[in-house]
Design a protein around this ligand. Structure first.
Ligand code: SAH
Length: 351
């Protein structure tokens, strides 16, 4: 699998020092790199055309030397319930990715995809049904944030990498994306306002811990025994809960950042009293937070959502045991809410 869409260098995936290096062969003054970078990462323009303080000749040279990744919205859906917007974007090779824009009291948040498709195979998830198409480039992850900002006309303050794909299965590109997204010369999103969600690739978690970023790591747990987790998530065959918890502890030790555990509740699968008890004994030693999510039924999958009472009961039990817990507000229920549903429903309609 190649990360290159074309032979040319992908200009929006370069850091400022890398761009300065690339431009040396152009015999242009050194400040050109800064100008280009500002157009792309601060002013968020879609194309060289709009970079009006650069000469036409220089823009042409750039066009010949670099690809400039831009996403085009193929479909936009807006929730009538809460204003959540879901965007389906086309990449330059025709692949599709989806991003979700949510408005919260503390600011606007964008949920982005890290891969086209996914190969993790979680049994309740729509994103993985057709497997992995390819990794997204750093620029393609960034452009989801930039394009959403252009289209809504509002500033984004939080970014969550929780859309389609497994971010730690696209590690190098994810890291470059995080560097560019939080760069003070770019959008400068605070690291603390960025969350990366993983299904639990243990070596990736350990490696990320060593980067000592101040981002939040969300771990998709969904079950508190190895047996049950294996029945829901193939990745659990590779790494035991014991290894996973040790990796989470390591992440906290290295970064000082509390882990968020994601737990999607499915009726009769993982929402019983015993499940809550197993979860409590598993995570009690950790400094963590639990996000309970009523599972979003996907038509190709046979998981049903836990009812309100089961969700509340589960939450109360955790709280009584001193665990920090929130029930995730479901946003955009009326617009193909669950991961990968919009992309999939669009693909299914193609001839
Ligand atoms: N691959 C990463 C990030 C993408 S999935 C991960 O696994 O964390 C984002 C979150 O949505 C994960 O917690 C995932 O388990 C959850 N999820 C996927 N499908 C879901 C569904 N149908 N209902 C509720 N949560 C779902």
């Amino acid at each position: 699998m190649s990360n290159k869409t074309e032979e040319k260098t992908d200009i929006k995936s370069l850091t400022l020092p890398q761009l300065q290096e690339e431009l040396k062969r152009f015999s242009e003054p050194a400040y050109r790199a800064g100008q280009l970078y500002e157009w792309m990462h601060r002013k968020l323009v879609a194309d060289y055309e709009e970079m009006t303080n650069l000469s036409k000749a220089f823009r042409e040279k750039c066009r010949e030397a670099f690809t400039c990744t831009t996403l085009h919205a193929v479909k936009v859906q807006e929730s009538r319930l809460d204003g959540t917007k879901k965007f389906l974007f086309a990449l330059s090779d025709g692949n599709l990715v989806e991003s979700v824009w949510m408005r919260y009291k503390h600011g606007n948040s964008v949920c982005i995809s890290s891969q086209a498709g996914c190969r993790m195979g979680c049994r309740f998830c729509a994103s993985t049904l057709d497997g992995l198409e390819r990794n997204l480039l750093p620029s393609e992850m960034l452009e989801q944030v930039y394009a959403v900002t252009r289209l809504t006309g509002e500033r984004v303050s939080n970014v969550v990498v929780m859309g389609t794909g497994e971010p730690l299965d696209n590690y190098e590109n994810l890291l470059r994306f995080l560097t560019l997204l939080t760069d003070e010369n770019g959008l400068h999103i605070s690291q603390r306002n960025v969350t990366v969600s993983t299904c639990g690739i243990v070596p990736g978690i350990r490696r990320l811990a060593e980067e000592r970023l101040q981002i939040t790591l969300a771990l998709s747990l969904h079950a508190a025994t190895d047996e049950k987790r294996r029945s829901m998530m193939p990745i659990a065959e590779r790494y035991s809960l014991d290894e996973l918890m040790r990796a989470c502890t390591y992440y906290f030790e290295k970064t000082g950042r509390r882990i968020t555990f994601e737990y999607s509740l499915a009726d009769g699968i993982n929402d019983a009293k015993e499940d809550a008890e197993a979860l409590i004994s598993l995570i009690k030693p950790l400094n963590c937070h639990v996000n309970l999510i009523p599972i979003n039924p996907v038509k190709e999958r046979n998981f049903r959502q836990s009812d309100r009472r089961a969700v509340e009961g589960f939450k109360n039990k955790l709280e009584k045991n001193g665990i920090n817990v929130t029930i995730r507000r479901e946003m955009g229920r009326d617009i193909d809410g669950a991961c990968g549903q919009l992309r999939r429903s669009h693909l299914m309609k193609q001839p």
